[in-house]
Design a protein around this ligand. Structure first.
Ligand code: FES
Ligand SMILES: [Fe+2]
Length: 408
């Protein structure tokens, strides 16, 4: 590993990173480190990949591609959502080639081996009489559904480095059950190709030190940004007062950031008021869609979730935004945002799409640019790790967690 022309082992490189600082250049571009990121970090996380409404009927499938992996998410005839590695058990070809589709079976385009929707091999042309098809099912990928949100994990079932999904599910249920996320539909989806290392994408999402200079729209809507800019903790009294009123409505309140109990997956949430007089994350703070689920009141609050470094959610009374960050190559990531509203709402009638997508779309376009510029600077011969500011505590904590997991 070439730092200053010297050869250092990966373990030495990991060990010498300074706490509270960003990482040395190879962490943001070296293919060997990217491989290690994928095996030791990314493949051990529960990753949000899709919503159940994207594959509503038996045989509907979609692909999720991450690094070298391609995962088929398919709904079976028993209505269960399952995930399989998109790898034929004959000679390894990808089986599904289109991003989405609807199929009766999973049939490999190469020599036409046929798998059923549970991954069982049911036909293999011209194989000897004594060929035992039961020995060649598709490799399953772990999948869990909570409130309509589909998560997968690339690691084998029972891997001790993977968080217990029930901890993640408990928080989703506590904070989202009134919203009935399972009864939502996606009204907009945006893909932001981001030519930068995934850790720069995550670092940027985990701090709001950059919000004032980079995000005038987000800063205008979210009152906490300016308050925290003036003084750390200066929004706490506002949150406390709002929490009391909100609890009285029967809505959940609170915040907790950290990891699962085993420290294997970053995990957390916060609830707080958007801004005086605002009930939605829109430019004028007015609703952009009908109240979700069983909600009867506009509580003026927003809920943010972190499900590991790569999956995040922002929820308010009338819509949900799901964020999916995907590492593609050492210097390329994909950011996908989906906007969800209650399933029976009609776009154009109850849902104002332009006002709905405004804040996160404009903010993510701005983020994409600053992340790309960050990667360009990091690639310079003069880049050295820099100190995180107190307002970047979230990014700093995540970087420390990353180094621990990488070393373990
Ligand atoms: S590789 Fe799939 S049938 Fe041959
Ligand atoms: Fe940002």
């Amino acid at each position: 590993m070439g730092a200053n022309g010297n050869t250092v082992s990966m373990d030495e490189l990991v060990a010498r990173q300074k706490p509270g600082f960003t990482l040395e250049q190879p962490f943001y571009r070296d293919p060997e480190i990217f491989k290690r990121d994928m095996t030791k970090i990314v493949s051990k996380q529960w990753l949000y990949v899709a919503h159940v409404s994207e594959i509503p009927n038996a045989g509907d499938y979609l692909l999720y591609n991450i690094g070298e992996e391609s995962i088929i998410l398919v709904r079976g005839r028993d209505n269960e959502v399952r995930a399989f590695f998109n790898v034929c058990r004959h000679r390894g070809s990808h089986i599904c080639l289109e991003q989405t589709g609807s199929v009766r079976t999973l049939t490999c385009p190469y020599h036409a081996w046929v798998f059923d929707l549970k991954g069982k091999l049911i036909a293999a042309r011209g194989m000897p009489e004594d060929f035992d098809k039961s020995k060649f099912p598709l490799h399953t990928c772990q999948a869990r559904v909570c409130q309509g949100l589909i998560f997968i994990c690339l690691a084998e079932e029972g891997d001790a480095d993977v968080a217990d999904f029930s901890e993640i599910a408990a928080d989703i249920e506590n904070f989202c059950s009134l919203h009935h996320l399972e009864d939502t539909k996606i009204v907009h989806r945006e893909v932001y190709p981001t030519p930068a290392n995934w850790k720069l994408v995550v670092d940027n999402f985990m701090e709001c030190y950059h919000c004032t200079p980079a995000h005038p729209e987000y800063t205008m809507v979210n009152a906490y940004v300016k308050a925290e800019d003036r003084e750390r903790g200066s929004y706490d009294a506002t949150i406390d007062a709002w929490s009391e009123e909100t609890r009285a409505l029967g809505h959940p309140v609170g915040n907790d950031y950290g990891t699962d109990k085993g420290g294997r997956q970053p995990h957390g949430y916060w609830r707080q008021p958007i801004r005086e007089g605002y009930v939605s994350l829109s430019e004028d703070g007015q609703p952009v869609a009908p109240l979700m689920g069983d909600l009867k009141h506009w509580d003026g609050g927003e809920t943010a979730f972190t499900f590991g470094p790569l999956s995040h959610a922002y929820l308010c009374s009338d819509h949900l935004c799901m964020f999916r960050f995907t590492p593609v190559t050492p210097e390329h990531s994909e950011v996908v945002i989906t906007w969800h509203v209650r399933a029976d709402a009609e776009v154009g009638k109850d849902v104002d799409l332009e006002r709905l997508k405004w804040m996160w779309d404009v903010t993510t376009i701005e983020d994409t640019k600053i992340i790309i510029d960050n990667q360009k600077g990091v690639n310079s011969s003069r880049y050295v790790p820099g100190p995180y500011a107190p307002q970047e505590g979230g990014s700093s904590a995540l970087t420390s967690w990353y180094l621990e997991r990488l070393a373990s």
